[in-house]
Design a protein around this ligand. Structure first.
Ligand code: PMP
Length: 407
C-alpha cells in the first residue's frame, strides 16, 4: 500500500498548527466537522476577491465565471457519487436540509395515512425528526429497526418490519455516534423488493467510503460538504431522476421557476426546480476544491490510513482499565466512542480540552440510540487523514490524566 506523507497533508490544514492551553492542538472531532485545507480556504477568498456575482441570470463576465464555477462543482459531485446525470445532483444546505427536502416533497406527495416508514435505532436526529413531522401531518407510521449490543442493525428484524405497507426506508450509512457501517446494499435491495423507496444518510460515510449511487441502486443519498473538508452550509441531495421529476418543488421563489404569472407558475427543470433563491454560491464553488483534494490523495489511501489509526487507537484505549469502547461493529470507520467507569463523559471532554485535545462528548444527536445503549452519552474520538499515531498516544495520556484527577 501507498504510504501517505501525513506531515505534508497536515501542512495543508493551517488550523492544525496552533496550540490550545499551551499544548499542541489534537483535533479528534472530525465526525462533527472536518478541518479545511488551504485550497478550500483560498477558493473562498478567490471567489469573493475575484468573481463574486449572482449566478445563472447574469450575462456579464463575473456572473458567467461564477456560474461556470458553481456548475463545475455539480459535475465533480456527479462523478464523486457516480450519478447518471447532473440533473440528479441537487445542492442543499446540508444533510439535514436534504432529508427535509425528501420528507417534505416525496413524503408529502406519496406517503399517506397508514403507510409505514422504516428508520433504524442508529439514526441521527436529522433522520428521525423530519419523518416524525411527516407522520404527525399525514398519519403514517414510523417503524424502528433494532440493533444488537455491538451497535449493528439486526437484519432479520428489519426483514420482519418490511411489508407492502412499507413506503419508505431511511437509514444512516455510517453511524456518527459509533462508527458502524451499515449493510446498505442489502437494506436497499430488501426495501425495493416490497416496493419501498430508500434514502441513505451519507453524512459520515462520504468521507470514509467510496459511494456509487448507481451500483447501490439507491433512490436518494444525502451528504454535507463540511464533513468532507468543504465549507459549512452546503450539502447535496442525490435523487434518481424519475423520482425527482415526480416530486413537487420544495421551496418556492426565484431560480426554481420557468414562468410566473399571477394565475399559474411553471417550474424549472432539474436540478433547479429544487434550488430556490440565491444559493450558497461561494461554498458550492469551494466544495469542488475539497473533492479534488480528496481525489488527489485517493479515498482508498485515506480509508486505509484511517483504519490503521482506528486499529491502533482501539487497542490502546481498550487497554485502559475502566474504559469501555461503545460500539463494536465488525464493519466500522475511524470513530471510537467510549465511557470511563464512574466518570461523566462531559468531564472527560473538559479535562482533555485542557490538554489541547478536542473530542466530542454527549449524545451526539442520537438520543434514542443512547437510550437503547442505556448510557447518557459517550466521549467520541473520530480520526481523519491528518491525524497521527502520536496524537493517539496523547489521547491515551490525556485519558490517564482524567482518571487520575477524577477517580
Ligand atoms: N446524519 C449524520 C449521520 C450526521 O453525522 C450528521 C452531522 N452530525 C447529520 C446527519 C446532519 O448533518 P448536518 O448537520 O450537516 O446537516
Amino acid at each position: 500500500t501507498l504510504k501517505l506523507d501525513i506531515n505534508k497533508i497536515r501542512h495543508d490544514f493551517p488550523i492544525l498548527e496552533q496550540s490550545i492551553n499551551g499544548k499542541k492542538l489534537v483535533y479528534f472531532d472530525n465526525a462533527a466537522t472536518t478541518q479545511k485545507p488551504s485550497v478550500v480556504i483560498e477558493a473562498l477568498k478567490n471567489y469573493y476577491e475575484g468573481y463574486n456575482a449572482n449566478i445563472h441570470r447574469g450575462i456579464h463576465h463575473l456572473a458567467e465565471k461564477a456560474t461556470a464555477a458553481f456548475e463545475a462543482t455539480r459535475k465533480t459531485v456527479k462523478s464523486f457519487l457516480n450519478a447518471n446525470s447532473i440533473e440528479e445532483i441537487i445542492f442543499t444546505y446540508g444533510t439535514t436540509d436534504s432529508i427535509n427536502l425528501v420528507a417534505g416533497t416525496y413524503g408529502r406527495k406519496f406517503i399517506n395515512a397508514g403507510d409505514e416508514i422504516i428508520i433504524s435505532t442508529l439514526e441521527h436526529h436529522s433522520n428521525i425528526v423530519p419523518w416524525q413531522m411527516l407522520c404527525e401531518e399525514k398519519g403514517c407510521i414510523l417503524k424502528i429497526i433494532p440493533i444488537n449490543d455491538e451497535g449493528e442493525i439486526i437484519l432479520e428484524e428489519y426483514e420482519k418490519l418490511l411489508s407492502p405497507k412499507t413506503k419508505f426506508v431511511s437509514v444512516v450509512h455510517v453511524s456518527n455516534a459509533l462508527g458502524t457501517i451499515n449493510p446498505i446494499k442489502t437494506i436497499i435491495d430488501k426495501a425495493h423488493a416490497v416496493g419501498a423507496k430508500v434514502l441513505i444518510d451519507g453524512a459520515q460515510a462520504s468521507s470514509h467510503l467510496d459511494i456509487d449511487v448507481q451500483a447501490l441502486d439507491v433512490d436518494f443519498y444525502a451528504l454535507s460538504a463540511h464533513k468532507l473538508f468543504g465549507p459549512t452550509g452546503m450539502g447535496v441531495l442525490y435523487g434518481k431522476k424519475e423520482l425527482l421529476e415526480a416530486m413537487p418543488p420544495y421551496r418556492g421563489g426565484g431560480e426554481m421557476i420557468k414562468e410566473v404569472t399571477f394565475e399559474k407558475t411553471t417550474y424549472a427543470d432539474l436540478p433547479y426546480k429544487f434550488e430556490a433563491g440565491t444559493p450558497n454560491i461561494a461554498d458550492v464553488v469551494a466544495f469542488k476544491f475539497a473533492l479534488d483534494y480528496i481525489q488527489n490523495i485517493g479515498k482508498t489511501n485515506i480509508a486505509a490510513y484511517e483504519n490503521e489509526l482506528l486499529a491502533y487507537a482501539t487497542e490502546k484505549l481498550e487497554s485502559i482499565e475502566g474504559l469501555t469502547v461503545i460500539g463494536k461493529a465488525k464493519e466500522k470507520v475511524s470513530v471510537i466512542s467510549f465511557v470511563l467507569e464512574g466518570i461523566h463523559p462531559q468531564d472527560i471532554g473538559i479535562i482533555l480540552d485542557q490538554q489541547g485535545i478536542a473530542v466530542r462528548t454527549g449524545h451526539h444527536c442520537t438520543q434514542p440510540l443512547m437510550q437503547r445503549l442505556g448510557i447518557p452519552g459517550t466521549a467520541r474520538a473520530s480520526f481523519s487523514v491528518y491525524n497521527t499515531f502520536e496524537e493517539i498516544d496523547a489521547l491515551v495520556a490525556g485519558i490517564l490524566k482524567v482518571k487520575k484527577l477524577l477517580s
